[in-house]
Ligand binder design. Structure first.
Ligand code: URA
Length: 216
């Protein structure tokens, strides 16, 4: 695993919320609240690659030039359904100019391979060099779904440095799988866990993230 491109964002607030998410005694509402708090920090970290411009403004005191996000870029938040949805409310709060492009894939229980059921991402991207994509999924297990999502955007000529994967709990196997095909992609996560068990769950993990978040 190339650890240089895996950004593990560790701080006491994240750790406290990871503890709550993982705990089997935390109810769905508690899982959602803890997860959202983590997504917010990870989204801020991921957005560090957005290009800045100088902008002249007037404060109530004086004219000044300040830095802000370049305004002619496209920002895409791409949650992998369904657990990835937990990032979206926070993401559009933080980046109101972003569009949300849902990606629907489920994991075939036997093969653990992703099966597409929803993809409305337009065939053409007008200005790929100026497009920034954040693919969100709280669990990076085998990496199969994330790989499909990265391919989808990379095939539209969006530079790999403009595509970021944001997850919360990652498995080493999944990271390696993604890095085999995309050695330069950056992964932002709150933790890298131990391994994936024979049922496809991350250990120690949090169980099925979709079930825990959506109370199913
Ligand atoms: N997806 C989940 O929701 N949990 C896991 O542990 C692995 C994949």
């Amino acid at each position: 695993m190339n650890k240089d491109l895996v950004r593990v964002i560790e701080n006491p607030v994240i750790l406290q919320n990871l503890c709550a998410m993982r705990n089997k005694n935390t109810d769905s509402q508690g899982v959602r609240i803890a997860t959202r708090k983590i997504t917010r920090v990870l989204l801020y970290e991921a957005s560090k690659n957005l290009p800045l411009i100088d902008k002249e403004i007037e404060t109530p005191i004086t004219k000044t030039t300040v830095k802000t996000i370049q305004d002619d870029i496209s920002i895409i938040i791409s949650p992998i359904l369904r657990a990835g949805l937990i990032f979206t409310d926070e993401a559009i709060d933080i980046l109101p100019q972003a569009c949300i492009r849902h990606i629907g894939m489920y994991r075939d229980e036997k093969t653990l391979k992703p099966v597409w059921y929803y993809n409305k991402v337009p065939m053409e991207t007008i200005n790929p060099e100026n497009t920034y994509v954040y693919i969100t999924d709280p669990m990076l297990a085998t990496g199969n779904s994330l790989l499909e999502a990265i391919r989808l955007y990379h095939d539209k000529n969006i530079p790999i440095s403009n595509i970021k994967c944001i997850c919360i709990i990652a498995a080493p196997e999944g990271i390696e799988h993604i890095q085999e095909e995309f050695p330069k992609i950056e992964i932002i996560t709150a933790t890298v866990d131990d391994y994936i068990n024979e049922k496809g769950y991350i250990v120690p993990g949090m169980g099925d993230a979709g079930d825990r978040i959506f109370n199913t």
